[in-house]
Write a protein that binds this ligand. Structure first.
Ligand SMILES: [Zn+2]
Length: 443
């Protein structure tokens, strides 16, 4: 019997090291990823490749590691236009005296579209293929992400106070449902409710969000236990810590992705674990705002799923998830005084599959496995900054810089090629950033 002819596929990628993150820590050599219709059709040894598949696009990455695209599990993309606007302040002073006033003056649909474009370009160049956003005019962020081919989970923001986006909790809720419906057929746009924080959203709206999230089958993305004053104020106002209050309101479940969690007692930890709440750790934002330190080792030991986020560029001040991963690994060790806390492979897991799980997208992205979307990032390790390479995952987590990402694919479509962002005019992007700087500086 003649051998069957090899199947024609869209692209084959053959990296020096293939790091599927399924299971975490595995490193495959002499393996390739086969892509068809935006999905991973096969992960196989190179000796089987020729007889089974053929393509006009075979990408050989001889000095690279191929990893699942990084998932930035918490950001406010449009705030990239406020990078460096107000630094070296506590969260309260930063929000009340600087960020909220400037936002109330300038944030509109153009601000969000331009800021999101800038943020997405920065993230794609840094190996990020999906981000979990929380901001106003989320329809604009979704539109821009769609134009640029980036995967986004838009936060359907809810607050009790008026902004240019909505007047009160009712209008925020109406708009949330509207925006969700508007994008429900877009394969790269996902949605989550995004009640801003326990201190900015009242009980009625929170109760309603718990019910709607269940009906709409989407996640809830919320800042939680960010500072000690948030916890103290909640005790004073509600007689409960924020997590306990959310429990009463029916919000604790594996739909909830809780961002920050820097102030936790044993009871909080137990609740997070019992209800399967996801933790999103943003160490650099927490450090810069001196909010506190998330006890990552304790969270992981309690079996809580963890993803990493950069937070917005106004508080970080970059959208560098690779850097965030290193900070998280170092901080977990220093804070727990245990050098074995958050080893490199676990850090990379949190930055990929952990983040995907928190967004409710764990079956679609987060690892290089057959049938998942081909959201991939290639990082060049054969460079002075990372040579020699004894352990590729350690090289990525502890030594590499984000400029070493050379190629990025989202749903099989290449968006970054040999370090060059495709379909994006960087000169025009820079001009737009400066235009906003002048406008904001002028007041
Ligand atoms: Zn945030």
């Amino acid at each position: 019997m003649p051998e069957p002819a090899p199947e024609t596929v869209d692209e084959i990628i053959s990296p020096r090291w293939l790091i599927p993150m399924a299971p975490a820590g595995q490193i495959l050599e002499n393996h390739s990823v086969v892509i068809r219709d935006g999905r991973i059709l096969a992960v196989l040894h190179n000796r089987e490749l020729e007889s089974r598949f053929t393509t006009t696009r075979h990408t050989r990455l001889d000095g690279h590691a191929l990893i699942p695209g990084l998932v930035n599990a918490h950001t406010h993309a449009a705030m990239t236009l406020l990078r460096g606007y107000a630094d070296d302040l506590s969260l309260d002073d930063w929000l009340n005296d600087h960020i909220w006033p400037v936002e109330s003056k300038h944030v509109n649909s153009d601000f969000v579209a331009d800021g999101s474009r800038l943020a997405i370009a920065e993230m794609l160049r840094g190996g990020i293929t999906c981000f979990n956003d929380m901001y106003f005019f989320a329809d604009q962020s979704a539109r821009v992400a769609g134009d640029m081919g980036m995967r986004i989970c838009i936060g359907l923001i809810v607050l009790d106070f008026p902004t240019l986006w909505a007047r009160d909790a009712h209008e925020y809720m109406d708009k949330a449902v509207q925006v969700h419906d508007q994008f429900r057929t877009e394969p790269l746009v996902h949605t989550a409710f995004a009640p801003h924080a326990p201190y900015t959203v009242g009980n009625d709206a929170l109760r309603q969000i718990a019910v709607y999230a269940e009906e709409m089958d989407i996640q809830i993305h919320m800042h939680l236990h960010e500072t000690d004053s948030e916890v103290a104020d909640s005790l004073a106002e509600h007689g409960l810590r924020p997590l306990a209050r959310l429990k009463e309101l029916g919000l604790l479940s594996n739909r909830l992705a809780a961002v920050h969690l820097t102030h936790l007692d044993d009871n909080d930890l137990e609740m997070l674990s019992t209800y399967g709440v996801h933790a999103i750790h943003c160490p650099e934002s927490n450090l810069k705002l001196a909010s506190g330190i998330c006890p990552l080792k304790s969270l992981l030991e309690a079996g809580i799923n963890v993803g990493f986020g950069t937070d917005g560029a106004a508080s970080n001040n970059d959208l560098d998830l690779l850097g965030e991963m290193r900070t998280a690994a170092l901080l977990a060790k220093g804070f727990s005084r245990d050098a074995t806390a958050l080893p490199a492979a676990q850090a990379l897991y949190c930055a990929t599959q952990g983040g995907a799980n928190a967004l409710g997208l764990g079956a679609e992205i987060g690892s290089i496995e057959v049938a998942k979307s081909a959201d991939l990032a290639a990082i060049h390790l054969n460079e002075l900054d990372t040579l020699p390479v004894y352990h590729p995952i350690s090289s990525i987590v502890y030594a590499a810089g984000r400029r070493q990402f050379t190629d990025v694919w989202v749903a099989g479509r290449r968006l970054l090629e040999q370090g060059r962002l495709l379909n994006t005019d960087l000169t025009a992007l820079s001009k737009t950033a400066l235009h906003w700087q002048h406008r904001i500086t002028a007041g």
